[in-house]
Design a protein around this ligand. Structure first.
Ligand SMILES: Cc1cc2nc3c(=O)[nH]c(=O)nc-3n(C[C@H](O)[C@H](O)[C@H](O)COP(=O)(O)O)c2cc1C
Ligand SMILES: O=C(O)C(=O)c1ccccc1
Length: 362
């Protein structure tokens, strides 16, 4: 059979695209967004539109649409995460770099020195390694750590196992190269499982969040919160922000789309810390919905990879610009002149749009 072995591009595409197991969550995410309706407002003053500028942990960004951490950008572009960093700088938004980047965190900082950047972290088994990474991040000007909390073990991505995913020779693990290796035995399944087994501390639990606090003075964001109980716990354990995400539907299949749990997570933090969001954002209207339901910034995962694959830095910039112009249009048509006007009143939940509700006598 013709497969990934003969066509590495298929292996890379499958890795970027896939969700976990039956991909039920992946396949229902668009419907979840589309079932939330926007409330159009008449005669909002389009000339008075102020723009999409906002803040992230107090730092200014030109748009609330940011770049999520996605591993291994060199699979589709030789400049890897440095190209992505330049795209974020070009559009004055934020890049969150993955632990599993091919370019090192220092190379990325050098590629776009003035850009706002944060680092996604998986906790290593070694405290020395963790301390070293946090120190490197701080020194290179990263403004926060996004600690991923939804990946105690890697989700079951069947295509990666079938393809026996591994990094091609010559592609390094930039940020963690000095602590681990890209070598896989390749006996069975996806090489990703082996990368994770070798590096990641799977016994990392809530108490270790307190430990991170002792290791660094950078703000700590917990990425991968999906329910109100964990949102409240994040506050209790001193997180500076939460990031509502189901890891692009790549971890536990049949969970709700992350847009469906955003409101309850916002309730869980009770206004005490900022809430960010990702998962299936493909249109400006999706951004508006997430902000209306309580997120202060949204992140895109796969769309940046498609842009990078098609046209490098420019491709990622184009994706960000298109999404931002769509956001602007939807803001104007819902009568929002600036980001702070994007409130809950802008959306109508599907439950209220059901035929039963529309025909009910009130
Ligand atoms: C190819 C790929 C690699 C990813 N790598 C990481 C990673 O290294 N660390 C992490 O916290 N999340 C990772 N994610 C999850 C993203 O940060 C983000 O949560 C998700 O992609 C958002 O959904 P979207 O792709 O629908 O926009 C990855 C996602 C994809 C698609
Ligand atoms: O692919 C991913 O989603 C991811 O987070 C990951 C995990 C291990 C190695 C590389 C990326």
């Amino acid at each position: 059979m013709w497969g990934a072995k003969d066509n590495p591009k298929k292996m890379f595409h499958d890795y970027y695209q896939s969700g976990a197991e039956g991909e039920h969550t992946l396949n229902t995410t668009r419907d979840a967004f589309n079932s939330i309706k926007l409330k159009a407002r008449a005669l909002g003053d389009a000339d008075a539109f102020k723009g999409t500028e906002t803040t992230f942990l107090g730092h200014k960004i030109a748009s609330p649409i940011c770049l999520a951490p996605t591993a291994f950008h060199m699979l589709v572009n030789p400049e890897g995460e440095c190209a992505t960093a330049r795209a974020a700088a070009g559009t004055k938004t934020l890049q969150c770099l993955s632990t599993w980047s091919n370019c090192s965190l220092e190379e990325v900082a050098e590629a776009a020195p003035d850009n706002l950047r944060i680092l996604q972290c998986y906790f290593s088994r070694s405290d020395e390694v963790n301390k070293d990474i946090f120190e490197r991040a701080e020194k290179a000007g990263y403004k926060a750590l996004a600690v991923t909390v939804d990946t105690q073990i890697l989700g079951n991505r069947e295509a990666d196992a079938e393809n026996k995913f591994s990094l091609p020779k010559g592609i390094k693990m930039g940020t963690i190269a000095k602590y681990t290796s890209t070598h896989v035995t390749g006996v069975e399944g996806s090489g990703l499982d082996e990368y994770v087994r070798k590096y990641k501390h799977n016994g990392f639990t809530w108490k270790d969040i307190l430990k991170i606090r002792q290791f660094t003075s950078l703000p700590i964001i917990l990425k991968g919160i999906q329910c109100k109980e964990d949102a409240a716990k994040a506050v209790e354990y001193g997180a500076d922000a939460i990031w509502v995400s189901n890891h692009g539907a790549r971890q536990l299949d049949t969970t709700p789309a992350s847009i469906e749990v955003l409101e309850e997570c916002v309730q869980g933090v009770d206004g005490k810390i900022e809430v960010y969001f990702d998962g299936g954002v493909r249109r400006g209207t999706d951004v508006l919905k997430a902000l209306a339901l309580g997120a202060s910034a949204v992140f895109i995962g796969r769309p940046q990879l498609w842009g990078l694959a098609i046209d490098g830095q420019k491709g990622v910039e184009d994706v960000l610009k298109i999404l931002n112009s769509e956001l602007q249009r939807s803001m104007i048509l819902t009568d929002c002149q600036e980001v702070k006007d994007i409130t809950k009143e802008r959306v109508i939940h599907s439950a209220y749009c059901s035929p039963k509700y529309l025909t009910a006598k009130i």
